[in-house]
Design a protein around this ligand. Sequence first.
Ligand code: PGA
Length: 259
Amino acid sequence: MLQSFSMKKTTPLIIGNWKLNPTTLEEATILATTVARKFKNSTDSLVAIAPPFPYLADAAKKIKKSSVALAAQDVFTQPLGPFTGEVSVVQLKDLEVSYVIVGHSERRAMGESDDLVRNKVQAVLKHRLTPVMCVGERVRDENGNFFSFVEEQLRSLAEVIPVTMIKKVVIAYEPIWAIGTGMSATSEDVKEMQLFIVSALTKLYDRATAEKVRLLYGGSVKASNARQLHEEGDMDGFLVGGASLKADEFIEITKLVSS
Ligand code: PGA
């Protein structure tokens, strides 16, 4: 068994990002119910599921008697009004959503800018939900320019989020090349980025604050790599995509990081 190098101070947070899956409410209900059953009274890890919008209300009912929390995959900046096709934080709150993923690279690829992403983070904080803001580079270059790319995403956030609020933001490092490819970052890569993000946040805020910000890793996390990524990568949890659609594997991942 791997030795633990963990410096983590928080209970790990594992969010299952279902993306545009599954195709029916029935399948979504089964998945939510199966996960909820495993977490009746668990306090070892914080577990959340992020189903597509049409399934949120049903999932909320299925997880009600468990410790599983509800997450949304995106949100709009405005609370209500003439914005066809959008979903607001107020509506998500009414469905008992706790976490909102913001700026996922699959949304940024559709045109979301750093400006829009930070406005969404602000909107989520304003209504006292927890934003999970995704950052991460498209490619890794040998000169390490990908660090400046991530730093820029954090700088943009820091321009509008004051020191008193940044602790309430979860930052998910999701290198785009590792998402859905089966090719996870190594635990060394993850540890290096964890240190980098803490130092970037230290420059933007201060050390004590930077250390309080919860950091997740996402990108091809599976049952086979979760423990090593968690122990050596030293993040505070995971954003899990593909593997969260298999209830057994998702549950296994949560066990591996909390045992
Ligand atoms: P993946 O996705 O686990 O399928 O790589 C992670 C994510 O996009 O959040």
